[in-house]
Design a protein. Structure first.
Length: 355
């Protein structure tokens, strides 16, 4: 079997394996008692990852350059990145729900590359002069890995919103504290916030709270000089008439929120490094670090969206629904940056444009 035949076999095999893996994860989610589906799903993801890696390696040998020069190659590299990040996230979280959301996306990308792209776009061609640089591998590979990580993190944030039914719940033991204070089962109030019927006394809050009388002479309001912790009586939504979440859902939501934050925290530095590397390469190739090309503009928008997400998590101490909505919107921005710009407009990065 020559390299071209091997590539054709591998891309179809990758699609088929990812399709079966998606079904395994969905069946496992529908029937939790079938514990074997989780192991089979993980094995399917690992096999698909190896098939795609072999496919990219074969194209590298055939063309003589790192296989990221056209849309077909970048789609499979993105799929490889998603399956890799999936294996990391699943191993960390021990939750089969990771595969429920990542497997169909990986399968869909592989199907688009294999079944939808014209055959002429799947053929490896000689590089144009601007791409004959070591920066091709250094810049594009890092950007694609950042897209994969940010997509997986955003998908897990969407899964969090589904599991919690969009309710604004309090989380315990989250991966990041609130403004430097960890909740550990308590709800931390910010300085200056009023709390009716405080649960702590002056002797228990290390001098952080002082009680003052209101206009009616009642001293039932605590004015915080720094921070005060009040026990959470019910870790449920603040939405009126909402159905309480089960302990299993709360535990799963905690896991999804944690792993989503960590995966996005991995993808954001990669995105930053990729943008910087691209600016250096652009200066060498075109004499300008930044030209406001559509791809560059949307890369900046993507960076700002996820920078805002991490800022709200780390500095502002947001948890739960609000940052999850921000991360979910980031998924749309990433897809516009990666695929939408290539399909809907021309520019310096339009190697995948075919309209």
């Amino acid at each position: 079997m020559n390299l071209v035949g091997l590539q054709n076999w591998l891309d179809n095999a990758s699609f088929a394996i990812l399709f079966l893996t998606m079904l395994l994860y969905w069946v496992g989610a529908a029937f939790p008692t079938l514990s074997a589906t989780a192991a089979l799903g993980t094995a399917g993801m690992a096999i698909a990852n190896l098939c795609i890696a072999t496919l990219l390696g074969a194209r590298w040998i055939e063309a003589g350059y790192f296989p990221l020069s056209n849309l077909y190659e970048s789609l499979f590299f993105l799929t490889w990145g998603i399956t890799t990040i999936h294996l990391i996230a699943e191993n960390t979280s021990r939750s089969r729900l990771v595969g429920v959301v990542t497997a169909p996306v990986a399968m869909g990308i592989a199907a688009f590359a294999t079944l939808t792209l014209p055959s002429e776009m799947q053929v490896a061609e000689p590089l144009v002069p601007a791409l004959k640089s070591n920066w091709l591998m250094m810049h594009v590979s890092v950007m694609m890995l950042s897209y994969a990580a940010l997509m997986v993190g955003s998908l897990l944030a969407i899964a969090f919103l589904v599991v919690t039914r969009g309710q604004n719940i309090q989380l315990q033991g989250s991966s990041v504290g609130t403004g430097g204070y960890r909740s550990n089962g308590y709800r931390l109030q910010k300085a200056g916030e009023l709390i009716s019927q405080p649960q702590t006394s002056l002797g228990d809050n290390n001098g952080f709270a002082r009680f003052e009388s209101n206009k009616n002479g009642n001293s039932n309001t605590a004015v915080l000089g720094a921070a005060i912790a009040t026990p959470i009586q019910n870790q449920q939504s603040t939405i009126p008439n909402s159905e309480p979440l089960s302990p299993q859902r709360l535990s799963l939501a905690e896991t999804l929120d944690n792993i989503s934050y960590r995966i996005i925290g991995l993808g954001f530095p990669l995105l930053t490094i990729g943008i910087i590397a691209g600016a250096v390469w652009a200066n060498e190739a075109w004499g300008s670090y930044w030209s406001w090309d559509p791809k560059e503009t949307w890369a900046l928008i993507t960076w700002l969206v996820f920078a805002a997400y991490l800022h709200t998590r780390i500095t502002r101490g947001w948890q739960g629904r609000s940052p999850a909505i921000l991360a979910a919107s980031g998924l749309v921005v990433v897809w516009i940056c990666y695929l939408g710009v290539n399909l809907l407009g021309k520019g310096l990065h339009s190697y995948g444009w075919f309209f």
